[in-house]
Design a protein around this ligand. Structure first.
Ligand code: AOF
Ligand code: ZN
Length: 332
């Protein structure tokens, strides 16, 4: 790889290399789902001799790329991996076997894998082959944070949900985002790059352009459109013309007009919990709930969101505007 290879004789601490792994892993942000982001470096005599990251589901794992990069220098070296190496045949063969065959001396992992098929079995397999394994406690929080969506999804069977909204300074939900938020480098553009899907209400779809990420190399999220009560207001024509990526309409009553290229799922329950379960089953680990109008389809969906603990994060943008409501107009 073209990345600089620093001599690290003075950085003999595990945390340094685990942080390096996390940085490598992040290069694939927005591309690995439903798999986690993982980075790996091979260190020998205080030098990084191989590095790699998992680029996307279906592709080889981080360890495989790092071992290929290190070649025979992996023998007797230490491998650092931000996640416990897998010990199963999934889309790809087990990384434990690759590490054993490459004759690593020790392996340092950032955290154990919450995936029940792996869950400590990777570590046990390496140990049984005589490889010394330790978990770098110092950077465990960093590694967990890197894959918060993957971990949540594995443990709960529901997609990790982040509520995103824009408020005026007097606290009214406004159907617009700030200048720059959806420009390259803007916070919303970046969020969209990292999330697998974005939930929008059918009413919002009619009013605004669909959110898109302008980050370099971004894969657009799946649009999940909530059309409650067959939402007669859902502007199918608009949806067809505006869709920058794939869309699925979730509704509780059959829709008569089915736009080509747009999947319609008729659900018997329109609850946020059920929706997040369906998304997880379809391999979507993370979703943004784009809350653009108070009331409408979302008031019902989000009524108890705090009590139900279905939303893990809230991202609020405060616009420097004062919203004049009907109620405040009369007063002076
Ligand atoms: C690793 N290194 O880079 C990743 C791991 O279908 P597969 O073969 O890609 O396996 C997916 C599972 O492997 C995933 O759910 C997670 O448990 C683990 N991901 N493991 O050792 C990696 N991406
Ligand atoms: Zn693996």
């Amino acid at each position: 790889s073209g990345a600089p290879r620093l001599a690290c004789a003075d950085m003999d601490d595990d945390g340094v290399y685990i942080r390096w792994c996390v940085e490598l892993a992040r290069k694939a942000a927005g591309h690995t789902s439903p798999n986690p982001m993982v980075g790996c470096v091979v260190v020998r005599g205080g030098r990084v001799v191989g590095e790699g990251f998992h680029p996307e589901a279906g592709q080889p794992h981080a360890e495989v790329f790092a071992l290929r990069d290190a070649r025979d220098l992996a023998e007797n070296a230490t491998a650092y991996v931000s996640l416990e190496p897998c010990n199963h045949y999934g889309r790809t063969p087990p990384c434990t076997e690759a590490l054993i065959n490459a004759k690593l001396k020790d392996v340092v992992v950032g955290m154990t894998d919450p995936n029940p098929i792996v869950a400590s079995k990777g570590i046990e397999r390496l140990q049984s082959a005589g490889i010394d394994v330790r978990v770098c406690m110092e950077e465990e929080a960093l590694c967990r944070n890197l894959n918060e969506a993957y971990i949540h999804c594995m443990l709960t069977g529901k997609a990790f949900a982040t509520l995103r909204t824009t408020l005026s300074v007097n606290g009214v939900v406004v159907n617009q985002i700030g200048t720059g938020a959806d420009q390259p480098g803007g916070y919303y553009s970046q969020l969209l790059k990292e999330y697998d899907g974005v939930i929008i209400s059918g009413i919002s779809v009619n009013m605004t352009t669909l959110p898109t990420s302008h980050e370099a190399g971004a894969k657009q999220p799946l649009y999940i459109i909530i059309a409650q009560g067959g939402n007669s207001q859902l502007n199918i024509q608009f949806l067809r013309e505006e869709c920058a990526s794939e869309a699925v309409v979730l509704t509780d009553s059959p829709v008569t007009v089915k736009p080509p290229g747009v999947e319609v799922l008729v659900l018997d329950r329109m609850s946020l919990e059920f929706i997040l379960e369906i998304l997880a089953q379809r391999g979507l680990c993370s979703v943004l709930v784009d809350f653009r109008e108070a009331g409408g389809d979302f008031a019902y969906l989000l009524k108890n969101f705090q009590e139900e603990k279905l939303v893990q994060k809230v991202v609020v943008e405060l616009l420097p505007i004062w919203t004049v409501t009907k109620a405040s107009k009369g007063r002076s």
